[in-house]
Design a protein around this ligand. Structure first.
Ligand SMILES: [Ca+2]
Ligand SMILES: [Ca+2]
Ligand SMILES: [Ca+2]
Ligand SMILES: [Ca+2]
Length: 312
């Protein structure tokens, strides 16, 4: 508080000094005028999140697991879709986690603050995308503003190439309903009046609705990406192209994203010095026939400034 007040006084005195300087530069034959007062009170700057610097012991990969809330999907409740599996993603990129259909997400933290390097990407998210088979996921970041080590501050979406393009919807929600029996498709409805099913396939016979979700429904929230990447005109050869940039599970070899693309809930750019937490969320809602639902996968998340990559 004291610091904020000091900053406030400092800012105010800067404004007054500046006003005086402008006055001093005016011609002497002008009438003296009162020092210019700002039209609005100067708002103290929002508190700056504490930076946890990189040290010799810092891990380039995420080291903390906070939450796994997938949407229903063909690999949920299997060795690719439980909270236990989500933990195996930490400190490397050797395991595979699926987030299920649209809106499913996972939250991780770094053991240091990932700084926003000027004019360059800062984080790499590894998935299992390959040529003509992308399942783009939206990446959200958070700085630990209150410094308590928990992701309880504000999430900022990282704007990717489909931001504000046709088919992109912010403040989107989907409610999934527990089917009457575990061998049924999972019904969903969104907040735009659409309905559908996360359909079962012959390859995966376990329940697709997360077993640990209690209650008959749950609702996921986020931003919807267009499904314009998918071409299922030939059901035997369904393809799902990569978007240009900015999403998880989008290109083979990992997707590099820039913290400078952070936007707030109104879509306004946010300047972040660095981030401590990351959330990855399936972005496309689409049933790809025998291939199952579009579902983002994550195999690892790393700080580009300290990770050693094979291609570097
Ligand atoms: Ca950057
Ligand atoms: Ca916090
Ligand atoms: Ca998938
Ligand atoms: Ca995938």
């Amino acid at each position: 508080m004291i610091k904020t007040n000091l900053n406030y006084s400092k800012t105010l005195s800067m404004v007054v000094l500046l006003s005086l300087a402008i006055l001093a530069s005016c011609k002497k034959d002008q009438d003296p005028v009162d020092p210019v007062k700002p039209e609005k009170p100067v708002t103290p700057a929002t508190p700056i999140a504490p930076i946890r610097p990189v040290t010799a012991n810092s891990n380039p990969y995420v080291t903390q697991f906070f939450e796994y809330t997938p949407a229903p999907g063909q690999f949920i409740n299997t060795g690719f879709g439980t909270a236990e599996v989500a933990k195996t993603i930490l400190k490397g990129k050797d395991n595979l986690l699926t987030l299920g259909a649209w809106g499913g997400y996972v939250v991780y933290g770094f053991d240091h603050t990932v700084l926003n390097g000027y004019n360059k990407p800062d984080i790499i998210v590894f998935g299992n995308a390959f040529n003509l088979f992308a399942e783009p996921g939206i990446i959200w970041v958070m700085d630990d503003k209150n410094g308590n080590g928990k992701p309880d501050d504000t999430w900022y979406e990282l704007r990717g190439s489909k931001y504000n393009q046709e088919g992109y919807v912010r403040n989107y929600t989907v409610t999934y309903t527990h089917p009457k029996n575990d061998t049924s498709d999972v019904p969903w409805r969104d907040n735009h009046g659409n309905r559908g099913y996360i359909k079962r396939n012959i390859y995966n016979t376990q329940p697709y609705f997360p077993k640990w979700v209690t209650g008959s429904t749950y609702t996921l929230k986020g931003s919807l990406l267009p499904s314009t990447n998918i071409d299922d005109s030939n059901p035997d050869y369904i393809i799902s192209r990569s978007f240009d940039f900015g999403y998880a599970d989008n290109t083979s070899g990992g997707d590099k994203v820039d913290i400078s693309n952070a936007i707030d809930k109104n879509g306004v750019s946010v300047k972040l010095k660095g981030v401590d937490f990351i959330k990855i969320q399936t972005g496309v809602l689409y049933d790809m026939g025998w291939l199952g639902e579009q579902s983002t996968e994550v195999t690892g998340v790393a700080d580009l400034s300290i990770v050693k990559l094979d291609d570097q």
